[in-house]
Ligand binder design. Structure first.
Ligand SMILES: *[C@@H]1O[C@H](CO)[C@@H](O)[C@H](O)[C@H]1NC(C)=O
Ligand SMILES: *[C@@H]1O[C@H](CO)[C@@H](O)[C@H](O)[C@H]1NC(C)=O
Ligand SMILES: *[C@@H]1O[C@H](CO)[C@@H](O)[C@H](O)[C@H]1NC(C)=O
Ligand SMILES: *[C@@H]1O[C@H](CO)[C@@H](O)[C@H](O)[C@H]1NC(C)=O
Ligand SMILES: *[C@@H]1O[C@H](CO)[C@@H](O)[C@H](O)[C@H]1NC(C)=O
Length: 326
């Protein structure tokens, strides 16, 4: 064999071995446009740098002992678009994490041990979807996201937030889905959603929210789904849902509502969950009763009081029982 042929063969072996390499403990799927790498091995405790295809577009490392991730790790895979890291042991992230992955649009960090999100942590990449569910986040730096972010889906559910992160979300005016369920929010600051006119789905269930401002949703006309179940709402401003022409579903289950003012549910949907509230069934329940009996609101709330009507389905009450003239 002449030397030219030998080096040509060597080149082919080198190139194709490299292009189709795959790290130990991982599986790799190659197609013409994408390279997906999945590392599900519990024994993994470091970033699987060696053998990671340079063409990797989607990387999943899940349910491993991975506890450190640096921008240098990601530098080896500059074409990365999706990074899925659920169920690992990450407790912090460096400020320059995304420096070398300019195409990254999706990050899932569900079920790690993150406590805070430092300055600049999600700068440098055009993120659209960011899932930070089930961590221990109690602190978010005001400059964690770039000012020109086009993030559309943010999930901060299952963390330790005690205040609505209003300043931190200010720049995110492309948000369509915002999930802050299962935190410890006690109030929604006035105007806290005003920076998010594109919002369609708002998940605030399982917090400790006691009231809604009358203008809470006045700048979010595209809302279709509002989840407020398992909070401490005692009343609702009667016009709070007015103007939400696209509204499809409101969940108010398991709050502390004992009555509702006329007009509150004159809205563009009949899919409103109202059960597990301590409804007081006297003459003031007439509006809700009418909604339930004449407009087939899709819920079966029951009376909690007075004692004589306890556990009665509101829709089955007779006018006389509510103390109304027949
Ligand atoms: C993961 O780390 C923990 C504690 O550092 C260790 O006890 C455990 O054996 C590790 N798991 C595996 C599969 O290596
Ligand atoms: C982003 O906007 C905020 C508030 O408008 C400003 O204080 C901050 O300096 C800006 N950050 C950058 C990196 O431009
Ligand atoms: C945001 O600004 C940075 C720096 O000016 C730029 O590189 C990036 O492309 C911008 N991102 C978006 C989504 O416009
Ligand atoms: C609201 O939704 C409509 C229809 O999808 C869209 O055209 C409009 O841009 C949205 N508004 C905002 C502020 O995003
Ligand atoms: C919402 O209700 C208003 C008034 O009843 C009606 O004019 C409008 O067409 C409805 N919008 C949708 C999207 O159904």
């Amino acid at each position: 064999m002449n030397s030219w042929l030998i080096s040509a063969l060597a080149l082919i072996v080198y190139c194709c071995h490299d292009a189709l390499s795959c790290p130990k403990r991982c599986t790799c799927h190659f197609s013409t446009k994408t390279t997906e790498v999945v590392c599900p091995d519990a024994g993994l405790s470091h970033f699987p740098g060696e053998g990671l295809p340079r063409t990797t577009t989607a990387l999943t490392i899940q349910f491993t002992n991975l506890s450190v991730l640096t921008s240098k790790d990601l530098k080896a895979i500059p074409l990365l678009e999706e990074l899925h890291l659920p169920g690992n042991k990450l407790s912090s992230l460096p400020a320059d994490l995304l420096m070398y992955v300019p195409h990254l649009h999706t990050i899932d960090l569900t079920d790690n041990e993150l406590r805070e999100l430092p300055s600049h942590v999600f700068h440098h990449a055009p993120l659209l979807n960011l899932v930070l569910k089930d961590n221990r986040i109690s602190s978010i730096h005001p400059d964690w996201m770039p000012n020109n972010s086009t993030l559309s889906w943010l999930d901060l559910s299952g963390n330790h937030l005690t205040k609505f992160p209003m300043a931190q979300l200010q720049a995110l005016n492309h948000l369509k889905v915002l999930q802050i369920s299962q935190n410890k929010l006690e109030e929604l600051p006035v105007g806290c959603l005003d920076a998010h006119p594109a919002l369609e789905r708002l998940h605030l269930d399982q917090n400790k929210i006691e009231s809604l401002d009358v203008k809470a949703f006045s700048n979010t006309a595209n809302l279709t789904h509002i989840f407020l179940q398992k909070n401490r709402l005692e009343s609702l401003p009667p016009t709070v849902f007015q103007g939400l022409q696209r509204l499809e579903f409101v969940d108010l289950q398991d709050n502390r509502l004992n009555s509702i003012l006329p007009g509150t549910l004159d809205i563009n949907t009949s899919w409103v969950e109202l059960t597990l509230n301590p409804w007081h069934c006297d003459a003031k329940i007439e509006y809700l009763w009418k909604k339930l009996t004449m407009e087939t609101l899709q819920s079966e709330p029951k009376c909690a009081s007075p004692e004589s009507l306890k556990d009665r389905v509101i829709a089955t009450l007779k006018r006389k029982e509510m103390g109304l003239p027949e």
